[in-house]
Design a protein. Structure first.
Length: 158
């Protein structure tokens, strides 16, 4: 699936904080997240061992995904806040966001990627399964999460 030529995926910087706050605010509302990131927490996601990727369509932010390290697990990181606005779904944007995140994670030496989700997010679960994520043990104390998943990263040999 290809993305429209007007859509760009870029790793965010501090200069993108207003865009980050806006799209993550949309994510919170769409999935009714109770525990929300503070500005300070969002800023920690902009460090070298982390990242926030934004999907933009002609300058308008339409999606995001966050990577953060999991220090309690060796060479592991976590996917957070994967979101694409309804108006732009089914265009390969979530796939492109995850490809960017996982490629960066691999380049930083991460070997495993974890995520949590909720049972009622059926389309998201199917998406993660197609990408090779498998159920795993609970790895955090997120009170809203009902399903925990993990994927091993493998460097491409091509």
């Amino acid at each position: 699936m290809t993305i429209e030529s007007t859509i760009q995926i870029e790793r965010a910087t501090q200069a993108d904080m207003a865009k980050i706050q806006s799209i993550i605010g949309d994510y919170y509302e769409a999935i009714t997240v109770m525990v929300r990131d503070s500005q300070e927490q969002l800023e920690t996601y902009l460090q070298k061992d982390s990242g926030i990727w934004l999907a933009c369509d002609d300058g308008i932010t339409i999606g995001c995904v966050v990577l953060r390290p999991l220090p309690q697990r060796e060479n592991a990181c976590e996917v957070k806040r994967l979101y694409v606005k309804d108006s732009h779904r089914r265009q390969g944007i979530a796939e492109a966001l995850m490809n960017s995140l996982e490629g960066y994670a691999l380049s930083q030496g991460y070997q495993s990627v974890y995520l949590d989700t909720k049972d009622d997010l059926k389309a998201a679960i199917r998406f993660y399964e197609r990408r090779g994520y498998k159920p795993c043990e609970r790895y955090n104390d997120n009170p809203q999460a009902t399903l925990f998943m993990r994927r091993e990263l493998i460097a491409s040999t091509s």
